[in-house]
Design a binder for this molecule. Structure first.
Ligand code: C2E
Ligand code: CA
Ligand code: CA
Length: 575
């Protein structure tokens, strides 16, 4: 229902207006002075405000100025109501951004007409705005800002097109080349951002001169480019020659303001489908080949080969000791609070696993989860994490508040476990945790399965009453509208978008678009990795629903988490 707020100090005018609005089927609220009016507006976020000019405490101009300076209320259509209809008043109201002016006494028709006109204008503005942010977000998410080149996301969709265009898979071989600008980060820290930007642009120019339309160039990382080729009859021979030409083209001096630097590069290749059955795997293989090339010196190239698999001794060791770690109880579930940005209160926790290795100390899941996935150990480990999380959550629901929400990460390999939903049902029963208190965090990597299977499994989980979150949003390849076809409730903005919020306008713009678009799609938005107040403030101003991060608390063992719950620790943001 359309909500209208009436701010007016004269009692009978206020009552008449409210009555009139209710009779017309609007939802109407009122406030008897400017200060209350501002409070109500922020609380209720009405679709339109009718406000008297002359009022004690805070006059209508003051109300309008305050609301226009707040991101949550700055676009609400605003109608002034006044007995004074001098031209000067009219102009002042309009210059502050009021939409229209009604002079007292007014007729019913006048009021309703003004309201209808403003609501319909607002509707048009909203639609236009949404189309704009969608376009802006696509641009930000698909193209690199500095060079205007496609990024890895966009590259992925070109790759899919290329595969779809080639029907005979037997003859298909798509080479992917990855090229680095060596020591770019060092150049950045010694010669500055401008110098490194110039180098990046120069490399792009040189590559663009060399490539034709059948080859797509993308910037896949700060110092890395990828080239996607169309299918070739003799890919290896061609690529060998081609890489020599590329290295020669790039390895030339580059003129900076007051000095000349040589740009060194290295190149790695891999082929679809021989080296991997999806783009991100082939890209990763090409990057592994690049590392190999780098070992040979500057301006070298390498093909991916399974023998160069860059498994470090460290990870081989981990793999061996992980098998015993589960039996020895070396894994512990930590909990990181999730905070409602409106109230500052803890609403739940994300369960994050830690390996307390007897010799190595705490080992990060970023290190061992991929190995656990490779070896299949993620299945028993995941079962353990899930069980502990549900039991703890049930305890906290009973002791602290009944809508406490526990978020558990489910990796792609776990998602493929045919027993997954059965296990979830069993554990919920065992722990007597209400499914509504459980959230599963899933990344886009679950989409390696075909869409309809994924969709079916998610719907099954959804039917149990579990909340589903898209984790690490913005780092994968899928667009929000695509993900929206799946029954997600929550979107987690990846830390990589939060990290630069304090300084970087582009990061702000992406975060803002994700929040708005997510909200339009009916998703709750959670930002992760919030480390300082200015990030939290920005997110809160953009109406992001929840956050987690070091600012409030690191992930902590269950006992410490309970201390946070007991103390009712609250996030307070200074204005
Ligand atoms: P994730 O799901 O994206 O988890 C968020 C990561 O950000 C966690 O890293 C968390 O400790 C870290 N983090 C939270 N706040 C901040 C902050 O303010 N600043 C910084 N710099 N980092 C912050 P963690 O615990 O190392 O976990 C890394 C990844 O390992 C997780 O990423 C998740 O993908 C995976 N993982 C962790 N626990 C589990 C688990 O129980 N099961 C599965 N399948 N994967 C897990
Ligand atoms: Ca997560
Ligand atoms: Ca993340």
């Amino acid at each position: 229902m359309v909500k209208i707020l009436v701010i007016e100090d004269e009692k009978h005018v206020r009552a008449n207006l409210v009555e009139l609005l209710l009779a017309e089927g609007y939802e109407a609220f009122d406030a008897e002075n400017g200060r209350f009016g501002v409070e109500k507006a922020k609380q209720e976020l009405p679709d339109l405000i009718i406000c008297d000019v002359m009022m004690p405490e805070l006059d209508g101009y003051g109300v309008l100025t305050t609301l226009r300076n707040d991101a949550t209320t700055d676009t609400i259509p605003f109608l002034f109501l006044t007995a004074r209809a001098s031209k000067a008043d009219f102009r002042q109201g309009m210059s502050l951004g009021a939409e229209d002016y009604l002079t007292k006494p007014f007729t019913r028709i006048e009021v309703l007409d003004a309201i209808r006109t403003q609501l319909s204008k607002q509707q048009t503005r909203k639609q236009k705005y949404q189309a704009e942010i969608k376009e802006e977000m696509d641009r930000l998410l698909l193209f690199d800002n500095l060079t205007g080149l496609p990024n890895s996301r966009q590259m992925y969709s070109r790759f899919r097109d290329a595969v779809a265009n080639l029907i005979d898979l037997d003859l298909l071989s798509l080479p992917v080349l990855v090229l680095s600008i060596e020591r770019l980060n060092e150049i950045n820290s010694s010669l500055g951002q401008e110098a490194s930007d110039t180098i990046v642009r120069t490399v792009v120019e040189r590559l663009n001169d060399l490539l034709d339309q059948n080859q797509t160039l993308a910037r896949v990382d700060n110092d890395k480019f990828a080239v996607l080729f169309s299918s070739l009859p003799q890919p290896k021979d061609f690529m060998e020659e081609f890489s020599t030409i590329i290295a020669e083209t790039v390895f030339k001096p580059c003129q900076l303001k007051d000095q000349e630097v040589y740009i060194n590069t290295n190149i790695g290749f891999a082929f679809y489908p021989e080296d991997g059955d999806d783009f991100d795997i082939v890209l990763r293989r090409a990057e592994e080949a690049l590392l190999e090339a780098r070992k040979l010196g500057a301006n070298r190239s390498q093909f991916y080969s399974p023998f160069i698999h860059n498994k470090s001794i460290e990870s081989l060791k981990l793999e061996a000791s992980m098998h015993r770690a589960l039996e020895r109880n070396e894994f512990e579930v930590y909990f990181q609070p999730q905070i409602n940005l409106k109230t500052g209160k803890i609403v739940g926790a994300e369960a994050l696993i830690r390996w307390l290795h007897p010799e190595e100390g705490i080992i990060s899941p970023a290190k061992f989860i991929p190995i656990a996935e490779d070896t299949g150990l993620i299945i028993p480990l995941g079962d353990y994490i899930f069980r502990v999380s549900c039991l703890k959550a049930k305890e906290w629901c009973d002791k602290y508040f009944s809508d406490f929400r526990i978020a558990v990460n489910i990796s792609a390999r776990q998602f493929s476990d045919p027993l997954l939903s059965q296990k979830i049902r069993d554990t919920l029963e065992e722990s007597s945790l209400n499914p509504h208190n459980l959230e599963l965090e899933l990344t886009e990597s679950i989409l390696v399965k075909d869409f309809s299977t994924v969709s079916r499994i998610l719907s099954e989980l959804k039917m149990l009453g579990i909340e589903l979150a898209i984790d690490d949003f913005g780092t994968g390849y899928s667009s929000l509208s695509y993900l929206r076809q799946l029954p997600f409730d929550i979107l987690k903005i990846d830390r990589s978008f939060v990290i630069h919020l304090s300084q970087d306008l582009e990061a702000q713009s992406i975060a803002k678009s994700i929040i708005q678009l997510g909200h339009n799609l009916g998703l709750k938005i959670v930002a992760e990795g919030v480390e300082n107040e200015s990030e939290a403030r920005f997110l809160s101003q953009q109406n992001c629903d929840e956050m987690q991060g070091y600012l409030f608390s690191r992930p902590v063992p269950a006992a410490d988490f309970e201390v946070l719950l007991q103390s009712e620790k609250t996030l307070v943001l200074s204005e």
